[in-house]
Design a protein. Structure first.
Length: 203
């Protein structure tokens, strides 16, 4: 998993509330188990017309936001069904951070497991960042995970809270597999001991 330490990028405003996982990545794209290639289908029904052409009014289709790395979203982002494809699609598009007042629990957890930082902030602070994001290409927001600090385009700073264990995992690029591999020596020792004590269990 890619580490998350510091990020500076364009922030795209998505003030809609209750953006669910089916809106993030529609069900017809869930057939794959590959984590790549889903970015083109991110927010498919909002981004594209039935013929596949782009809707010019959708925020991520606007020139200023095509390479956005941060989303500033409305309340309850990522609600709906529990599909890990949602953070996969965001990450494949290039989104590394989503800021909102609230997230659905499963989506929130899946973000951390895929190298995306979801930040919860009070409504007033989200509104301030939403206003910053409306500036388009000038909406450069910087995020320092170690300091737990967001710096806006004008230099204003906002502190955010994060669980220490999740912070550790993001800073070190550790997903569930990575955490397990950290115990590789102990696992090997256990397996060697098991083979000696219970040879009938050996492969």
């Amino acid at each position: 998993m890619q580490k998350f330490t510091k990020l500076s990028g364009v922030a795209a405003p998505m003030p809609m509330i209750n953006i669910d996982t089916d809106a993030i990545i529609p069900k017809q794209y869930l057939k794959t188990i590959e984590r790549t290639g889903l970015g083109k289908a991110l927010f498919d029904e909002m981004r594209h017309n039935p013929d596949g052409s782009e809707k010019p009014d959708f925020v991520l289709n606007k020139p200023a936001y095509r390479k956005a790395q941060i989303l500033v979203a409305g309340d309850n982002f990522g609600c709906g069904s529990s599909r890990e494809h949602a953070p996969w699609a965001l990450l494949d598009f290039g989104i590394r951070c989503v800021i909102s007042t609230s997230f659905a629990d499963i989506f929130y957890n899946n973000c951390f497991k895929n190298g995306i930082l979801p930040i919860k902030l009070p409504k007033a602070q989200v509104a301030l960042l939403m206003d910053d994001a409306e500036r388009g290409a000038n909406a450069i927001v910087s995020i320092d995970l170690e300091k737990q600090e967001i710096t806006g385009p004008d230099g204003g700073k906002i502190k955010f809270d994060i669980d220490p264990f999740r912070k550790h995992c993001l800073l070190n690029g550790l997903d569930d597999i990575g955490l397990t591999l950290q115990k590789g020596t102990k696992i090997d020792s256990f397996e060697d001991k098991r083979r000696t004590q219970q040879p009938w269990m050996a492969d």
